[in-house]
Design a protein around this ligand. Structure first.
Ligand code: ASP
Ligand code: MG
Length: 421
């Protein structure tokens, strides 16, 4: 078991830990019993433990499907009433399992704790958490088990926080309770340099910064809900990702940037996103307002745009390209056909089979030449780069999807990510 070493209370060595267990970790009653044993060991070491659980794996999907059999799209308020039941089952079962081990345990739904949210059903944001009840239970020696993913709005309606929202519940509770650490238990033992299914040499990272993790999460490494990482960064919650199927590992610590940047690897990971599509409007008149006319129409249709490129104009017209999620391709194309007439552009082109590959690392702030190294490595493999975007800690390229695996493998090697730092 990972032994938490905390400095918070040097006298008692006692820490307050929030542990979140995902759907696979509580996917059966046997697994729930396992989780209970892990919690019991932490408590035996003298720590106070607050546990957040997801619904059993597959359960939220099942509940959403049920709702859709009755109404499409389901009424958002009622959908939240339905899907929040998944977590109500696991908190009760886990509390029973803890009691069976002789521990004192108490479960709470989001509304019972009072995890107060706004009223944006199915994607609510946490506004405030009452900690009194939890503190009192902890002081009386209880393990407190809280339903993830759900809250209650000011009028008493049940709300949910969006898919994967239990991570955010865990982090928000850790922030509210000023916990020493928030541990996210999942079916992987940490955050990797890239997806091990693509690169077998991928390594588990011992630590990664919040910023890097945000990029990794938003670029398709789906370990944590993005919002939970934002939350953790904002409230400086020490966040650790660990496996609930394995004992002993220290997982990956997600933390603030190291001052000692000499030690920092330049690139921490290679992230990717398969489901990209590219659209190009050819022959866009080069005058103020056309970018707004194109992207305004796309935004009005509620479509998220990612990378954008406009080339230099020849003879008064330019080409304007951007990427969207592949699922939005047809809708976007239809919007652009309308805009084309309106602004007098020539043609709309599209390509559905694109992907995005990114190199991420806070170390690139202080190391020039990362981009050229990346582009050279891709060129040597004959991979054509169609679009490029950069930020302080990230370089992304859009390429044909058929090159995804190759690109990820090559870049992983180019930046020596297979070698221990
Ligand atoms: N059960 C919810 C979902 O599947 C929340 C979570 O697991 O974090 O999205
Ligand atoms: Mg999850």
């Amino acid at each position: 078991m990972y032994h938490a070493r905390f400095q918070n209370d040097p006298e008692t060595k006692m820490a307050l830990i929030v542990q979140k267990y995902g759907g696979t970790s509580v996917g059966s009653t046997d697994r729930i019993k396992n989780v209970a044993q892990r919690i019991a060991r932490f408590q035996a070491e003298g720590h106070q433990v607050v546990v957040v659980v997801s619904a059993m794996t597959g359960e939220t999907n099942r509940l959403i499907a049920l709702a859709k059999e009755i109404q499409t799209p389901p009424n958002p308020r009622e959908l939240d009433v339905v899907v929040s039941t998944g977590e109500q089952v696991t908190i009760g079962l886990l509390s029973m399992a803890l009691m069976e081990l002789g521990l004192k345990a108490r479960s709470y739904t989001g509304a019972q704790v009072r995890i107060l949210t706004d009223d944006a059903f199915t994607k609510a944001r946490i506004l405030k958490i009452d900690e009194d009840r939890i503190r009192q239970d902890l002081n009386e020696g209880h393990v407190v088990v809280v339903a993830g993913f759900q809250g209650v709005d000011a009028s008493g309606n049940i709300t949910t926080l969006g898919r994967g929202g239990s991570d955010t519940t865990g982090v928000a509770l850790a922030a509210a309770l000023r916990a020493d650490e928030c541990q996210i238990y999942t079916d992987v033992d940490g955050v990797y340099t890239t997806d091990p299914r693509i690169v077998s040499e991928a390594r588990k990272l011992d630590r990664i910064t919040f910023e890097e993790m945000l990029e990794m999460a938003s670029l398709g490494s789906k370990v944590l809900q993005i919002r939970s990482v934002e939350f953790a960064g904002k409230y400086k919650v020490k966040l650790r990702v660990l496996s609930s199927f394995q004992d002993g590992g220290e997982g990956t610590l997600i933390t603030v940037e190291d001052d000692n940047s000499m030690e920092q690897p330049i690139i921490s990971g290679i992230a990717f996103n398969r489901d990209e599509a590219k659209l190009t409007v050819l022959g866009v008149p080069d005058r103020p307002g056309t970018a707004y006319q194109i992207l305004g129409a796309v935004a009005d249709a509620n479509i998220d745009v990612d990378m954008i490129i406009q080339n230099v104009s020849r003879d008064g017209s330019a080409d304007f390209s951007f990427t969207v999620n592949r699922g939005e391709f047809d809708k976007t194309r239809a919007v652009l056909e309308g805009v084309k007439q309106h602004i007098g552009a020539k043609e709309v082109l599209g390509d559905k089979s694109m992907c995005k590959v990114s190199a991420i690392g806070v170390g690139m702030r202080s190391h020039p030449g990362v981009a050229s190294k990346m582009f050279r490595a891709l060129a040597e493999e004959g991979i054509n780069i169609q679009m490029i975007s950069t930020s302080e800690i990230k370089i992304s390229v859009v390429i044909e999807e058929k090159y995804l695996e190759l690109a990820v493998r090559v870049l992983h090697k180019t930046f020596n990510l297979d070698q221990a730092a």
